[in-house]
Design a protein around this ligand. Structure first.
Ligand code: FMN
Length: 214
């Protein structure tokens, strides 16, 4: 299916068929799709926490706004997207090491330039607050990748901001890992009574949102 068709077809699932589980092979593909998400200066400031058991769904429930419970209660899998509470020099060096290992940086000079330029761009965010905002923007890119990647595999999804981040962090013990949750995505298959599955899509017309420069 081409990307435009996929974009017309994907929708926000409001509930799922709880009896249908996503096959492990597809979950593996989604994890790889997430790993391949682009991010500014390849910063990859994220961790993706997958859950699928009843126990895991129950555990996160107190952090989820009640209007979103029909998604988390019935989904096959959920993914909490978390970002790092700051990008330390050690973390930036780990990214650089990986890039060297993957054969992207072919000389010591290029390694040096990459180290310096990434540090420069990360350093442009001059307070903890702006760094987190910048990292969260990257998380939204990963979320979008997950939504469309899922749709390409015939899996429905719900992007969710409707949860209490601090409660989620406590439940998952994210503070211990220097992480903060920013998004939640639920995944699964069509529920027969999901009214959103049959509603027409609604978007502003092209001439309201696309401007052409003369
Ligand atoms: C960042 C983000 C957060 C969202 N949070 C929620 C949410 O908490 N609960 C929910 O049911 N839908 C949520 N939505 C779904 C939007 O309402 C939906 O994408 C929008 O109405 C367009 O509909 P469509 O996704 O079916 O095309 C969210 C969407 C985005 C992109």
């Amino acid at each position: 299916m081409d990307f435009l068709e996929l974009s017309k077809k994907r929708f926000t699932a409001k509930k799922f068929d709880p009896s249908k589980k996503i096959p492990e092979d597809d979950i593996k593909k989604l994890k790889e799709i997430l790993r391949l998400s682009p991010s500014s200066v390849n910063s990859q400031p994220w961790v993706f926490i997958f859950g699928s058991s009843d126990q895991a769904k129950k555990k996160i429930r107190p952090a989820v706004n009640d209007f979103n419970w029909p998604r988390t209660d019935t989904c096959s899998h959920f993914v909490v997207i978390a970002i790092r509470d700051g990008l330390s020099d050690k973390y930036l060096e780990a990214i650089l090491d990986q890039e060297i290992k993957d054969g992207r940086l072919l000389s010591d000079q290029i390694v040096k330039e990459q180290r310096e330029s990434r540090k420069y761009f990360v350093g442009l965010r001059d307070s903890a607050h702006t760094t987190l905002t910048w990292e969260a923007k990257q998380a939204y890119i990963a979320m979008t990748t997950l939504l469309y990647g899922s749709a390409s595999l015939g899996i429905n999804s719900t992007p969710i901001e409707g949860f209490e981040e601090e409660t989620m962090d406590k439940i998952l013990g994210l503070d211990n890992y220097g992480l903060k949750s920013v998004l939640l995505v639920t995944l699964g298959y069509d529920a027969a009574d999901d009214h959103n599955a049959t509603r027409p899509k609604s978007r502003l017309p092209l001439d309201k949102i696309i401007w052409e420069m003369k």
